[in-house]
Ligand binder design. Structure first.
Ligand code: XMP
Length: 519
């Protein structure tokens, strides 16, 4: 396994994903984590991440713990990681007047193990050329003792350095981003050939390992899981069922704010296809009644969240009043994104509106089998566990469901209209091959009436807004450039097939400043 020490770079998670893709387990620790934890992790190698800071800024004193250089294991410093390594080992770093950001061509010298025979092309002098992604202000201007130059660019004469005796390496460019075309190979060279890690981290082993750990943790106790129909809770259910069989109880609450036929689909997938028993609670009337007269978005979220907790607790009391565990689909990005978790001190509960606050009240212990996995790993093990492709690759759906996609007060009639429009949207996205090209797509119900002419009469009917976005992390997003032909089909079908709608609009707002959801 490998350890990544994080100095706050936006790319740190990417480094971890690339290492996992190379088949090697890794974790991210904050750079100022207690040194005993680094030792205890027993990494075969360490990667020092980049950072938005400068090593020459006296106000920000981020350094790698000195003890890592005495562990006798390979270390790779990327960008800031290289700078701090250079400084700490006796080299010099200067702050350039201009930041370099974007593509660059690196001349690599073939004599380093890290870059040997890895190149996009070779120039007439026999140097390998690499197209790389740069993003830095500082650069190393004097190598530390024991290091040799292994790569350079016009802008950064020392773009790579190596002490092959101690197995310390530094790269000015970012091998973890896909713009660096050979980046994955460089990282693979580091983890496999230099650190000696075998590629054992694959879906089969992840599942086997998780099952062993679940059995160890749970023993003969019962586990309760709230299924939402989303990927994470579905994979948790499949994994727990494989590990502990009937000790698992799944509860699925139909809150009346689900997509068309969603409740039936969830039941069919789990109960019939996977053989996992699910208790379905039909609480549609309860939710819709509780939402009557409430127009404020945050108030709606609270009402939905609290009612969910109440209903789930009632079920929990019936099915597991002997204590036991509550399972949650927390995944690794949830864990590392919270600052507390960066130092490993906090045990973070996913701030999912469905289940927030449950454990304290219910006195159940928490089990989070996906806590160490990235979304793409969760999906891969979902497929390996036999979940259907449509479920594993479906777009995210917010906990409050259609409750936040009907602007203002939620009524059963509005929910019905929205469900039909949304189903047409999804169907046509699939038909046109666009469902998997966008990260999230949905319809929104606007309770404003605009005029339309049907037959000879003027009608005042509601508006449906369509939203489709492309995003990597849901923190920023671009509206998807759906083809006009698809938009035309959508507006035609929705206006003709959904009674009560006379106008369809497409949302062309980016995030920021708009959010993905409308409420
Ligand atoms: P926003 O609207 O904040 O959405 O740009 C980012 C992502 O989060 C989802 N989302 C929610 N998920 N409960 C959830 O479980 C919520 O209240 C909620 N609000 C937004 C949204 O669908 C998008 O994927």
């Amino acid at each position: 396994r490998l350890l990544i020490l994080d100095f706050g770079s936006q790319y740190t998670q990417l480094i971890a994903r690339r290492i996992r893709e190379a088949g090697v387990y890794c974790e991210i620790y904050a750079h100022d984590v207690e040194e005993s934890r680094i030792k205890a992790f027993q990494a075969k190698g360490i990667i020092l991440s980049g950072s938005p800071e400068s090593v020459n800024d006296p106000k920000v004193y981020f350094r790698a713990p000195a003890s890592i250089f005495a562990l006798g294991i390979p270390i790779l410093g990327i960008c800031y990681g290289m700078h701090t390594m250079a400084l700490q080992l006796g080299g010099q770093v200067e702050t350039a007047s201009l930041r370099e950001f974007g593509y660059a061509q690196v001349r690599a010298r073939g004599h380093s193990i890290l870059l040997r025979n890895i190149e996009d092309q070779v120039n007439q002098d026999g140097y390998g050329l690499l197209d790389v992604w740069m993003s830095h202000g500082d650069r190393v201007c004097e190598l530390p003792p024991g290091f040799k130059l292994i790569a350079s660019t016009d802008n950064a004469p020392i773009a790579g350095m190596a002490d092959e005796f101690r197995h310390f390496y530094g790269l000015q460019f970012h091998p973890e981003v896909t713009h660096t075309r050979q980046g994955a190979r460089i990282l693979q060279r580091f983890v496999h050939d230099i650190c000696g890690c075998d590629a054992l981290w694959n879906p089969t082993n992840i599942i086997k390992d998780s099952i062993d750990r679940i059995r160890d943790t749970v023993g003969s106790e019962r586990v309760l899981l709230a299924l939402s129909g989303g990927v994470d809770s579905a994979v948790v259910a499949a994994l727990l069922h494989r590990a502990i069989g009937d000790q698992l109880t799944c509860v699925f609450v139909d809150n009346g704010l689900l997509r068309l036929h969603e409740a039936e689909q969830v039941m069919a997938t789990f109960a019939q296809h996977m053989g996992i028993p699910v208790i379905k609670v039909d609480a549609q009337t309860q939710f819709l009644t509780a939402l009557q007269g409430i127009a404020d978005p945050e108030q709606k979220r609270k009402v939905i969240g609290n009612l969910f907790i109440q209903i789930f607790e009632e079920q929990a009391a019936q099915y597991s009043n002997s204590g036991g565990f509550l399972a949650q689909g927390t995944i690794y990005p949830d864990v590392i994104e919270s600052a507390g978790a960066k130092t490993g001190k906090a045990h973070v509960i996913k701030s999912h509106h469905n289940v927030g606050g449950l454990p304290a009240q219910m006195q159940l212990q928490l089990i989070e089998p996906l806590r160490e996995l990235f979304k793409d790993e969760v999906r891969k093990i979902g497929i390996e566990l036999g979940l259907p492709h449509e479920m594993v690759y479906r777009h995210p759906f917010p906990g409050p469901g259609l409750g936040v996609r009907i602007l203002g007060e939620v009524t059963p009639a509005y929910a019905d209209i929205l469900r039909q429009a949304d189903a047409i949207f999804m169907e046509e996205l699939h038909n046109h091959g666009w469902y998997d090209k966008v990260s999230q797509a949905f319809a929104v119900f606007l309770p404003v009436k605009s005029v339309g002419v049907m037959g000879d009469a003027r009608h005042y009917n509601y508006v449906i807004a369509l939203r489709a976005v492309e995003t990597i992390d849901f923190m920023t997003a671009k509206w998807a450039p759906l083809p006009y032909e698809l938009l035309e089909t959508l507006s035609h079908r929705i206006i003709n097939e959904v009674a009560g709608i006379s106008r369809v609009v497409y949302d062309i707002s980016g995030k920021p400043p708009a959010t993905i959801e409308w409420e």
